[in-house]
Design a binder for this molecule. Structure first.
Ligand code: SAH
Ligand code: SF4
Length: 392
């Protein structure tokens, strides 16, 4: 089998176009200060203006400068001439019979990415994309079959959260009592793309989501999922501080090399070492090991026992994901009995091992099914099979 490319060469677009208005969404506080000063806000006022504009954008969801009533009319008009507050545009929305929502949104360059909202009894989770497509080529993942890749900007990442709050009608009204029940209470970076290959933009966007004077989600309610970009794991702890999930999926390097080709660069041992060093704020904070159940590939009792051994010394829980099929997928989902038997072995060894119920299957919103149909350049069945180490 030819080595699957492991690369992070992606197109990056500048934060703003040289001509035209500057989007204020996605800027960090210092960046916001800089652009305000660069466009005429007096330095002495800048700190206060940043605070005011920030709150309008992220706490109240305001998109129109004219609604920023604690700024003078003249200043509002100046802002409106130079800046915009822009989030990705919704192209289409589908709602599953189980309440899951999937939006297709359009970003600069005409690219489209998918965003999924999963309502549960005690929470509502937004699954956010970090790239258009993915440079990695995990053989069971639909996103990995998309050829074209570009990193999303921080505006496009936090913009997905803002777009979802628009659609859920969840921006608080200024002056109203604080509502503690959040429809959108959790974020998972488990949509399209490898978030750790777009580190800075993901970090800046998540920092905005956590900001006390904005969207105000606790770092414990944000989970970043990585396929195992080992050198960025420590930085994730230091610079974002969110919860971590790892796409583990196999218990030997041989199998993991095929399923998650980044394993050829950083193998299981290197990955586990990085995970052991991942600091936790509290004892209850565990690393989530995601494990997709593929019939006859990684789902034996021996795999379960090996997994338990590998987890030793790591505060972990294991999320078992029944494989979600997609057109041309080279695998089948393990049987329910097999998944249950696998889960029991992990559970009996002392680790939580929930089996994830696929959500939004009827609208192709489940894990690994995301891929914008409009991205026409796609790999052929033959290429997919070759990358999976299978002959077609
Ligand atoms: N790129 C990141 C995050 C996005 S994928 C990562 O790989 O971790 C989110 C999760 O869905 C990952 O654990 C991924 O391995 C899993 N997944 C991908 N394709 C899947 C499929 N067809 N069925 C079930 N899970 C899948
Ligand atoms: Fe990329 Fe994650 Fe899919 Fe692998 S599983 S191809 S890393 S999105």
């Amino acid at each position: 089998m030819a080595d699957a490319p492991i690369t992070q060469d992606v197109l990056t677009i500048p934060r703003k176009l040289p001509e035209g208005p500057v989007n204020l969404v996605g800027l960090t506080r210092p960046q916001l200060r800089d652009v305000l000063i660069a466009h005429g806000t007096p330095e002495k006022q800048a700190k206060m203006r940043v605070g005011q504009i920030w709150q309008w954008i992220y706490q109240w969801g305001v998109r129109d400068f004219d609604a920023m009533t604690n700024l003078s009319k003249v200043y509002r008009a100046e802002l409106a001439e130079t800046f915009v507050i822009e989030v990705p545009e919704v192209v289409s929305k589908q709602v599953s019979v189980d309440g899951t929502r999937k939006w297709l949104v359009r970003i600069a360059g005409g690219h489209e990415v998918e965003v999924v909202y999963i309502p549960e009894e005690d929470r509502g989770t937004l699954c956010v994309s970090s790239q258009v497509g993915c440079t990695l080529t995990c053989s069971f993942c639909h996103t990995g079959t998309q050829k074209l890749v570009r990193n999303l900007t921080s505006a496009e990442i936090v913009g997905q959260v803002m777009m979802a709050r628009d659609d859920l009608d969840e921006w608080p009204v200024p002056g109203a009592p604080k509502d503690e029940t959040r429809l959108l209470s959790n974020i998972v970076l488990m949509g399209m793309g490898e978030p750790l290959y777009n580190f800075e933009n993901v970090r800046d966007a998540m920092k905005i989501c956590m900001d006390e004077e904005g969207i105000q989600l606790s770092r414990r309610r944000i989970t970043l999922s990585t396929s195992g970009v080992v050198p960025e794991i420590e930085r994730t702890a230091n610079e974002i501080g969110c919860q971590l999930a790892v796409s583990f999926h196999a218990t030997t390097d041989d199998v993991r090399n095929t399923l998650v080709p980044i394993n050829k660069r950083w193998n299981i041992e290197a990955l586990l070492e990085a995970l052991k060093a991942y600091p936790r704020g509290r004892n209850s904070e565990r690393i989530t090991f995601e494990y997709v159940m593929l019939d006859g590939v990684n789902d034996t009792d021996a795999d379960a026992h090996r997994l338990v051994k590998l987890l030793e010394g790591i505060p972990a829980k294991v999320n078992l994901i029944p494989f979600n099929e997609w057109p041309g997928a080279p695998y089948k989902r393990s049987s329910n009995n097999r998944i249950r038997a696998f889960a029991n072995i992990i559970y009996n060894a002392g680790y939580a091992s929930p089996i994830r119920t696929p959500r939004g299957e009827d609208i192709l919103a489940a894990c690994g099914q995301l891929k914008s149909a409009t991205e026409r350049a796609r790999k052929s069945r033959k290429e997919i099979a070759a990358e999976a180490g299978l002959t077609s």
